[in-house]
Ligand binder design. Structure first.
Ligand code: DSN
Length: 417
């Protein structure tokens, strides 16, 4: 970082402080991870200088021979990893990937059946303030009140009643397996197209630890930076019959020049996702989330739906310790444990306050932590949440956090600033 250091001290200092924060804190935000060093190198490369509107071998600019190589690699690798017929790796984010599917396949006002944000869905699956909720008629589905799991019978009922054009599956805060095969059979009964947003679980799917939705859905969208460990970005997989309409909506429909440095980083991430190391890490990610969930339950916490099948869990901290999600996350921040407040299904509190917190294991697993560290972290979380204004306890937890983060460095032996 010597160039930034000499040219722009303010930005340099902010980055250095963020490096320190990432090193020193226990990162439990379920959607975050640490991009690999190879991914960081690709996204910091001179490919950022290149305009390449269009697609490989069909560009609007000269000099695209090397970025063509990179984008073709990303496409072929994405198809291989997820056994997809077609891949578009240009969406800048998961949000723009979702927008490309909705805008290319639907007319404004068309009906879309999608998971309610309040029960774990995502902003781009129909929130009234988002493009998805503004331009389309959203029929929300929720989890079952008792099991807090997807209620496939109710989804079928809603699909039959409303005959939506598209069913969106996938979530930001759902800790159970998503059964795309079952959703396909629902869609077949009602002539509905299926889109699975696998952003959170893309790494687990790549490694074979969550069923792959690609054979069952017309469209699969994703980000690349969560369990997948790539750069901050998105991509779309689809059946060949939709390839043209998806590609045409991404460019020129929604985007101009693709971010070739980020596409290079996606190519790297898709290659790394095929290694044994990556597969082992995904399995450990699941084991770690389960260990965290089991230990919290042993300590008397109510884990939403009773546990987890994937990389995350939702904890009802209000019923468990009488603190709101907002209070819990602020207290944990002081102890250098980073989480986010989160609505639990049928929450009576506002999204700014919430009754729950969401915890995820991907980042700590990337650091090399295993089940015993997860159990310890559960106990540290409990020490904070059992007495959120006890400064002495918070200091004690901070010291234990510091011991853990020193033992498990993020980029081993590499100085990032
Ligand atoms: N904001 C992401 C998450 O935290 O789950 C989803 O886009």
């Amino acid at each position: 970082m010597s160039a930034i250091k000499s040219k722009d001290k303010k930005v340099y200092n902010a980055i250095r402080n963020e490096v320190k924060r990432q090193n020193d804190n226990l990162e439990l935000i379920a959607s975050e991870n640490y991009a690999t060093e190879a991914v960081l190198e690709a996204q910091g490369s001179v490919l950022t200088n290149k305009y390449a509107e269009g697609y490989p071998q069909k560009r609007w600019y000269g000099g695209c021979e090397h970025v063509d190589t990179v984008e073709s690699l990303a496409i072929e690798r994405a198809k291989k990893v997820y056994k997809a017929e077609h891949a578009n790796v240009q969406p800048h984010s998961g949000s723009s990937a979702n927008m490309a599917v909705l805008f290319s396949q639907l007319k404004f006002g068309d009906k879309v059946l999608a998971m309610n944000l309040a029960c774990g869905g995502h902003l781009t699956h129909g929130h009234p303030l988002n493009f998805s909720g503004k331009y389309f008629t959203i029929i929300p589905y929720s989890v079952d009140r008792k099991t807090e799991k997807l209620d496939y019978d109710n989804i079928l009922y809603l699909a039959k009643k409303h005959r939506p054009k598209l069913l969106i599956a996938g979530a930001s805060a759902y800790s159970r397996t998503i059964d795309a095969k079952k959703l396909r059979s629902i869609c077949d009964k009602t002539h509905t197209m299926l889109m699975v947003d696998m952003a959170h679980i893309a790494g687990l799917v790549a490694a074979g630890y969550h069923p792959n939705p690609t054979p069952y859905a017309e469209f699969v969208t994703s980000t690349t930076h969560k369990t997948l460990c790539g750069p901050r970005s998105g991509f779309i997989l689809c059946k060949n019959e939709f390839a043209k309409s998806i590609d045409y909506m991404v460019f020129p429909g929604l985007q101009g020049g693709p971010l070739m440095h980020i596409i290079a980083a996606k190519a790297v991430a898709f290659k790394e996702a095929q290694t044994d190391r990556f597969k082992k890490k995904q399995l450990q990610t699941i084991k770690n989330a389960k260990a965290l969930s089991d230990e919290l339950k042993r300590l008397g916490y109510r884990v939403v739906s009773g546990g987890t099948d994937n990389h995350m869990l939702l904890v009802d901290v209000f019923i468990s310790r009488g603190v709101t999600g907002k209070e819990a996350s602020a207290a944990l921040d002081k102890a250098r444990i980073t989480v986010n407040k989160n609505l639990i299904p049928y929450d009576t509190r506002s999204p700014f306050v919430t009754s729950g917190i969401r915890l995820g294991s991907p980042a700590l697993t990337t650091r090399g932590m295993k089940e015993s560290q997860m159990r310890k972290i559960a106990r540290l979380i409990d020490m904070v949440l059992s007495d959120i204004s006890n400064k002495k306890k918070i200091k004690e937890v901070r010291e234990a956090v510091s011991e853990l983060t020193k033992r498990f460095p993020i980029y081993k032996g590499r100085k990032l600033s």
